[in-house]
Design a binder for this molecule. Structure first.
Ligand code: SF4
Length: 364
């Protein structure tokens, strides 16, 4: 039970997820202690370096240009702005900065060069740097690696079956392709999903099959609870119950023992008792800062109070893997190839996404 397996089946994972809760918690906590310090939790800061205006149709996302939401879009931040925010994050206990840009995919050019410079700058601050920029090619992943990127995030979101009910502008295999491109470099993989989008328990298990059968498994798996934003196709979804969150975290911990399991979006809806249960079940990272890209998140001081109350310590950077070296732009071995990742264009339409788009059109 304690060895990392890459052949989990949906039935086995469902069996774990549906165990009596006390048994599930005990199993997850036991595995957690074997592989991690149970009193250490990584604090990561998520920065939206380019907000809104995305051409994709992800049903949960307020940054999709086609929906009418109240988010304020912004162009790509400057390297100096990012550095200032990273320093602030470091002084309040963060050891990782995750930079998110609302792009379908990375395009070689001035903006990507600017992101590479952000990666170099944060890596020199001795913080782990993660990026989530949409689909990337192998060459682009190599360029990020060379700049000193520690992790690349690209979520699978749900099971392959339910993914088709949420996103129609690209396929599941495109997500896997980007993860594969990242795997060809020394950058670690961060990939997880969202619960509470209307999926069945089988879909949650299906997502964990897809992630746990990757070899190697992702070093980091964020588990998000949907934050239903007005104007998005999923605006009417009810908040996910804490029991579902705890079960999902515990099951993730059991099937991916070495992975850093991240308690991500949806923490504002959770009590401290609920979060404590998630830490006991194997969650060992939170995102700090009052916003998670565009949705609310607990205040950093509140989080530090919670850490004190629970006797938790923020994790230091680079304890799982050495700090990558940074190669300066002028010494780079990788030229921009001007390539675009290839992606499938699924034919299907998602009714609720179409409705939300029409509603937004009428309001504009
Ligand atoms: S989740 Fe990412 S790819 Fe999807 S619409 Fe939002 S910003 Fe675009």
């Amino acid at each position: 039970m304690n060895e990392t397996r890459h052949n989990w089946t949906k039935e086995e994972i469902l069996g774990i997820y549906n165990k009596p809760l006390m048994e599930l918690l005990y199993d997850a906590a036991t595995i957690h202690r074997k592989h991690h310090d149970p009193n250490t939790v990584q604090v990561s800061t998520l920065l939206s370096i380019k907000t809104g205006g995305c051409p994709e149709d992800c049903g949960y996302c307020p940054q999709a240009a086609r929906y009418h939401t109240n988010i304020e879009g912004n162009d790509l931040m400057s390297v100096q702005q990012v550095k200032a925010q990273a320093l602030r994050a470091k002084s309040s206990g963060s050891s990782r900065v995750c930079m998110g840009a609302a792009w379908r995919n990375v395009k070689d050019g001035v903006e990507f060069d600017q992101v590479l410079e952000m990666v170099r700058t944060i890596n020199k601050l001795e913080m782990e740097v993660c990026c989530t920029l949409g689909m990337i090619t192998e060459n682009q992943a190599q360029r990020l690696a060379e700049a000193g990127l520690y992790a690349y995030n690209h979520n699978l979101d749900s099971s392959e079956e339910y993914y088709k009910e949420v996103i129609s502008t690209r396929g599941y295999e495109d997500r896997l392709e980007t993860i594969d491109n990242v795997r060809k470099t020394n950058v670690t993989v961060c990939s997880g999903g969202i619960i509470g989008m209307g999926e069945k328990t089988e879909d949650r298990a299906g997502m964990l099959v897809a992630l746990s059968t990757l070899n190697p498994q992702p070093e980091s798996v964020p588990i998000n609870a949907l934050v239903a934003v007005e104007g998005t196709p999923l605006e009417d979804q009810k908040p996910v119950s804490i029991w579902d969150m705890v079960r999902m975290v515990a099951t993730t911990r059991i099937v991916m023992p070495e992975t850093q399991v991240r308690l991500s979006a949806g923490r504002t809806e959770m009590t401290r008792e609920g979060q404590a249960m998630c830490f006991f079940a194997g969650a060992n990272s939170i995102f700090a800062g009052d916003k998670l890209l565009t949705t609310p998140n607990p205040d950093v001081n509140e989080d530090m109070e919670m850490f004190k109350l629970l006797g938790l310590n923020p994790q230091k950077p680079f304890i799982k893997k050495m700090q990558p070296e940074t190669v300066e732009a002028q010494d780079s071995q990788y030229q921009a190839l001007g390539e675009k990742p290839k992606w499938t264009r699924p034919e299907h339409k998602i009714e609720r996404n179409e409705d939300a788009k029409q509603k937004a059109k009428a309001l504009k």
